[in-house]
Design a protein. Sequence first.
Length: 137
Amino acid sequence: MLAGAIGAVLLAVGGFVAWGLWGPLPQGTPPLSPEMEALRPLAVGYTEAQPGRADDWTLILTHARADYVRVAFENPHGSLPDTRIEVGSSAQVLGCTVSVLESHPGRSGKKPGSQTSWALIAVQCPPSQSPNGTATP
């Protein structure tokens, strides 16, 4: 009888540990305002630690959680190594607007159940300015 109770407890603990290691992670996909939803066609999926580049800026997703992400951003005006942006919101970063529509946290490692974090992010920057003040094509 005691062995059965101990076995049941061990089985329950083992199931809880397995669920914690390989169960689904919370995803950052909140209901978006119409303004944020309108940015979806401009948004790109950024994988953690993989640089995303455009004409004159670079964005790296450095961390993803269900409620916020952290990004490193660089453009001709400078660089910011760590900016926190809540999922479903936007932030001004070096003159550009960075909007986070979704966040999908992953699990690090190369074991079964591991996955890479990624986020759906829209970046809007004003046209580049040449030294004489006109927009660069």
